[in-house]
Design a binder for this molecule. Structure first.
Ligand code: FES
Ligand code: FES
Length: 151
């Protein structure tokens, strides 16, 4: 059994220690807001926070998560930065197909939690690993700036 703290709640799951966190979130716990894109840490669709740091959950084994708190797209709205990002995304209608947007939001929320007023370079660096096949990059960056401006 592996015990995980996800969005403030404990879950005990019967998986091997080397099972990717993404598999546990989606297939075991039914938290399907976190997306599978590439499976090899190249697209960012599977981004979650582990102890406040954005990580690619497709490449992180649950055994390496240990007791560290995990936050997913299902829980990010309960954080101050996450709530701002979600409001900004709605205000600006950032998403197109939406598939990449959980990962975009998680990366944006992690950035704003650390850097409340990011520069363009900060935004580019934080979002560089999140690929969008719909090309929403301009709106994503506007969304981060709008989120940063919200009280
Ligand atoms: S699915 Fe994890 S980075 Fe693409
Ligand atoms: S909104 Fe479609 S992949 Fe990004």
């Amino acid at each position: 059994m592996v015990r995980l703290l996800i969005n403030g709640a404990y879950h005990e799951v019967a998986v091997e220690q080397d099972t990717p966190l993404l598999w546990v979130l989606r297939d075991v716990l039914g938290m399907t807001g976190t997306k599978f894109g590439c499976g090899v840490a190249q697209c960012g669709a599977c981004t979650v926070h582990v102890d406040g740091t954005p990580v690619r959950s497709c490449q992180m084994a649950v055994g390496d998560v240990g007791a560290l708190p995990v936050v997913t797209i299902e829980g990010i709205g309960a954080t101050p930065a996450g709530a701002k990002v979600q409001k900004a995304w709605m205000d600006l209608q950032v998403a197109q197909c939406g598939y990449c947007q959980s990962g975009q939001i998680m990366s944006a929320a992690a950035l704003l939690a650390q850097t409340p007023t990011p520069s363009d370079a900060d935004i580019d660096a934080a979002l560089a690993g999140n690929i969008c096949r719909c090309g929403t990059y301009v709106r994503v960056r506007e969304g981060v700036k709008h989120a940063a401006s919200l009280a």
